[in-house]
Design a protein around this ligand. Structure first.
Ligand code: SAM
Ligand code: CO
Length: 285
């Protein structure tokens, strides 16, 4: 069937319908484009995922795909994977847009965009659901501001089998295009929690594991603690580090020794070093 035959089956508002859109001025395109702004993501609970591989990662992980935007040219060019993703999307009730190059460029805000863009429903895990058994590790981030850092941290947390990433205080949005890009698909694998400082401090009262904070004034070498206990690694803001209040809630403050001229490590690099140390015994080739 071609798009016009399938379109005849119903309007776009009915689930699982296919619609062709050529103009970037189309209101549906405008709504999707608006998801590059945090306000619109918060209002709708939706976010953008670029590229066929990432869309497939999301589908495989069972996340809800609301709309799939695909390149009409690539479909007509006979892309088999793209055709399969379209039928999979239709099968689970997602709307499908067969888009012109202009429409894809407008949504992705770049030249030569990917041939598929997914609009997924975001998932956040409540802090009350975070519980760690011995040997398990999670990460808390105090006011992380850089989308690339957050994406890299989510990817690394996924790679070591960390149980969750807790965003404490005023953090960058984990569902921004830039963060999602940097996660390389791990956004679908690691539970993400958002918590205000007060909520985190209240939850902390009932947390029986250890909170290992990282601090430039930490007196303990990061390789010293026994990570066999349930461990929450607490990382500081890119500029200011851990606030005094957050540092004060940690069981111990560790430091990664450095040589050379650099004052400190990049946040995502420091998180990687900490995660691999905490998981050193758990990870084997
Ligand atoms: N000017 C900030 C300070 O003095 O805290 C530097 C912040 S650093 C760029 C960002 C975060 O990465 C820190 O809060 C800490 O969590 C982590 N970090 C970076 N280098 C570290 C090191 N050598 N030891 C422990 N943590 C480190
Ligand atoms: Co608006």
């Amino acid at each position: 069937t071609n798009a016009s035959q399938r379109r005849a089956a119903g309007p776009l508002s009915a689930p699982g319908r296919i619609k062709e859109i050529a103009s970037a001025a189309n209101p549906i395109v405008k709504d999707i484009r608006a998801l590059s702004q945090k306000r619109h993501r918060d209002e709708t609970g939706l976010f953008l995922v670029e590229g066929l591989k990432l869309v497939l990662d999301g589908l495989d992980a069972g996340w809800e795909l609301a709309t799939l935007v695909v390149s009409k040219a690539a479909l007509q060019g006979g892309s088999e994977v793209l055709t399969r993703v379209v039928s999979r999307a239709v099968g689970i009730g997602a709307d499908v847009i067969e888009a012109s190059a202009k429409v894809l460029e407008a949504i992705a805000r770049r030249d030569n965009p990917q041939s598929a863009i997914g609009v997924f429903r975001r998932r956040l895990t409540p802090l009350s659901k975070v519980a760690l058994a011995s040997g398990e590790v999670a990460v808390a981030l105090d006011r992380v501001r850089d989308p690339g850092n957050l994406g890299t941290i989510l990817r690394t947390a996924d790679a070591v089998g960390a149980k969750s990433v807790i965003l404490v205080g005023d953090c960058v949005d984990p569902f921004s295009l830039e963060t999602v890009r940097a996660t390389m698909g791990s956004i679908f694998a690691v539970p993400v929690v958002r918590a205000k400082e007060a909520e985190f401090l209240a939850w902390r009262q009932g947390f029986s594991g250890q909170i290992v904070g990282t601090h430039m004034t930490g007196a303990v070498d990061y390789r010293t603690p026994d990570y066999a206990a349930a461990t929450l690694l607490f990382m500081g803001n890119e500029q200011a580090g851990l606030s005094a209040e957050m540092a004060g809630t940690c069981d111990l403050l560790v430091r990664i020794p450095q040589a050379g001229r650099a004052d400190s490590l990049n946040l995502a690099v420091a998180t990687g070093v900490m995660l691999f140390e905490a998981r050193r015994k758990a990870l084997t080739l």
